[in-house]
Design a binder for this molecule. Structure first.
Ligand SMILES: [Cu+2]
Length: 109
């Protein structure tokens, strides 16, 4: 997760792996330190950068999906506190069948 000031915007990058035989569906993301969280996909068409909101992200069995810069990412807005390098942020992934995976994400530059 990107370091940022209080009230600012940050983004979370990670790899979503699905080693199971069932399709994995990410329905939403919760971050306690953020006022708002959304899943975006960045696109670049003829040099025009845009972000498109994603309702969900599907990972097929045995596959993985990268949340990365200039690609799919989780955007955290209106941060309640500043995020400093070395901090750890709890990120909860809401998956299918009410499953919730909790990640501890390091804050980086
Ligand atoms: Cu975004």
């Amino acid at each position: 997760m990107r370091a940022a000031e209080q009230g600012a915007v940050s983004a979370v990058y990670f790899m979503l792996r699905n080693p199971s035989p069932d399709t994995l569906v990410l329905h939403g993301v919760e971050i306690d330190v953020a006022g708002g969280v959304s899943i975006h996909r960045s696109s670049d068409t003829n040099g025009m950068a845009a972000m498109v909101m994603q309702d969900s992200v599907v990972v097929m069995p045995g596959d993985s999906v990268a949340f990365q810069e200039r690609g799919l990412h989780v955007m955290a807005t209106n941060l309640h506190t500043a995020l400093r390098v070395g901090d750890t942020v709890v990120v909860r992934l809401r998956l299918q069948k009410d499953r919730v995976d909790t990640l501890r994400v390091a804050v980086r530059e």
